[in-house]
Write a protein that binds this ligand. Structure first.
Ligand SMILES: [Zn+2]
Length: 457
């Protein structure tokens, strides 16, 4: 079966790469026996009986092809091959050049300074802030998961916020307590909806008995646009546009408090619509992660059927009848020029670590399809997800330790947490195969977040 996807990860502080190659599960034993994977200093060849797929990596790194020190294959199944390759050299400039840069984007706030709006409780639609205009709408000046530190610090604010001011950050706004209507109930530092008692925010600081600012969680609010806003009257809207997982993670990392030179923590909380509390704890490696990834289905470029029954096709005829655009990706077999130092291993040997020198096939001529990879930045992390009362109780010790050690907790929306969890779960499977990890629930789950540009989502 042809190679369908290749993913390569490297921590920029390491001198080795993890490679994962996926293909459709092999049913035909003869086909499996004829497949070989060759690693040379400039790339990786996936060799089938009738063609080759070559992933050139020479411009990014020089792979150490000494079979004793450089190459390990410790995981191979019928549809996945994982390799660990040691590098002689990394070309940082080339890697940077071919990498997608994804920066932090501003949150899309639906509200603007010329719009009047009221704020309602998401649970019971009770009006919490009567219709009004906010004349000064700004992002929170310092990215922070703890607005209390910024908004109630004596240096920053000794008088209450102006009524027209509104600050915003990931999933919260800060407004003047004077804007809160009769629809809220304040109890200690907490602000509840007076009708359904949903917790909608908290008070920030107090001076001479006067509350200085009120933080409201965006996921507990509906915005009701006033007349002449251009938006349909009477309709309830979300305050922020959707935030992608990449953007969410970039915003969270910007506000995270590092615990050492190599690790930073992010403590997230959410409340499911039925009231169930969820905690997600992320221990993020601050060393940058780099990914190189091919497109998702390389098989499309080969213009051949993935059905094993069709494997007896005339490969050359099939490939040369390709459309003009795909002919460009077919180049003459370049394995003739391989140096003798190149090593390779075959998939038909008895042990997964088996390697042997190529012979005999060297002068065969097969069409070679070049596999292009694109670079992404990301982060590697360990995560814990506690989503039931039992899980929360069983992990009280860890939760308390993080709180005690000063890790700020940020409430995000339920949808944000589910998006994040979905991404982490999918990547966790990939990472486990790629890095040859044995899952250990107690130690947390290892995953990646890859920073992808919006057009890829
Ligand atoms: Zn309510």
């Amino acid at each position: 079966m042809p190679l369908e996807l290749i993913v390569i990860s490297l921590m920029r502080t390491s001198k080795w790469i993890n490679v994962l190659m996926l293909n459709t599960p092999e049913e035909d034993f003869g086909q499996l026996q004829s497949r070989r994977i060759d690693v040379s200093s400039d790339g990786i060849r996936w060799i089938e009986r009738d063609f080759e797929q070559f992933t050139p990596l020479g411009k990014f790194f020089e792979i150490n092809t000494n079979p004793e020190a450089g190459i390990t294959v410790d995981k191979e199944t019928s549809n996945a091959t994982a390799l660990k390759l040691r590098l002689v050299r990394i070309n940082d400039a080339a890697l940077e050049q071919e990498t997608v840069n994804v920066g932090i984007e501003k949150l899309q706030l639906l509200l603007n300074e010329s719009m009047a709006c009221a704020l309602h409780c998401t649970n019971c639609y009770n009006e919490l802030v009567a219709e009004r205009c906010f004349s000064s709408i700004r992002p929170v000046p310092v990215p922070t998961m703890e607005p209390l530190k910024y908004f109630s610090s004596k240096k920053r604010m000794t008088t209450a916020m102006d009524e027209g001011e509104l600050y915003y950050a990931i999933n919260y706004i800060v407004i003047s307590p004077q804007s809160l209507g009769k629809g809220v109930l304040q109890c200690g530092g907490n602000i509840h909806c007076a009708r359904c008692l949903q917790l909608v925010g908290e008070s920030l600081g107090e001076s001479l008995g006067e509350k200085l600012a009120a933080q409201l969680y965006v996921d507990t609010l509906w915005m009701a646009p006033g007349a002449q806003t251009g938006l349909p009257e009477g309709r309830l809207e979300k305050l922020f546009g959707q935030v992608t997982v990449s953007q969410l993670m970039l915003h969270l990392l910007q506000s995270a408090v590092p615990i050492s030179d190599e690790k930073t923590r992010v403590f997230l909380k959410t409340v499911r619509p039925d009231g169930q509390l969820h905690y997600m704890l992320l221990l993020v490696d601050t060393n940058p992660l780099h990914m190189l990834r091919s497109k998702l289905s390389l098989i499309e470029d080969l213009n051949i059927s993935s059905s094993p029954k069709d494997s007896d096709y005339d490969a050359d005829a099939s490939l040369t009848s390709n459309s003009d655009s795909s002919i460009e990706s077919i180049v003459e077999n370049s394995s003739d020029s391989d140096s003798d130092s190149d090593s390779d291993f075959t998939t038909d040997d008895s042990g997964p670590r088996a390697k042997r020198r190529r012979c005999g096939r060297r002068y065969e001529s097969k069409p070679v399809h070049e596999v292009k990879v694109r670079g992404y930045r990301g982060c590697r992390l360990i995560y814990y997800m506690f989503s039931t009362d039992e899980e929360l109780t069983a992990n009280t010790k860890l939760i308390e330790q993080w709180r005690k050690e000063g890790t700020p907790m940020l409430r995000i929306s339920y949808m944000m947490m589910m998006d994040l969890l979905r991404e982490l779960t999918v990547n966790e499977l990939l990472v486990a195969t790629m890095e040859r990890l044995i899952p250990n629930e107690k130690e947390g789950r290892v995953s990646y977040i890859i920073f992808e540009p919006d057009e890829d989502n």
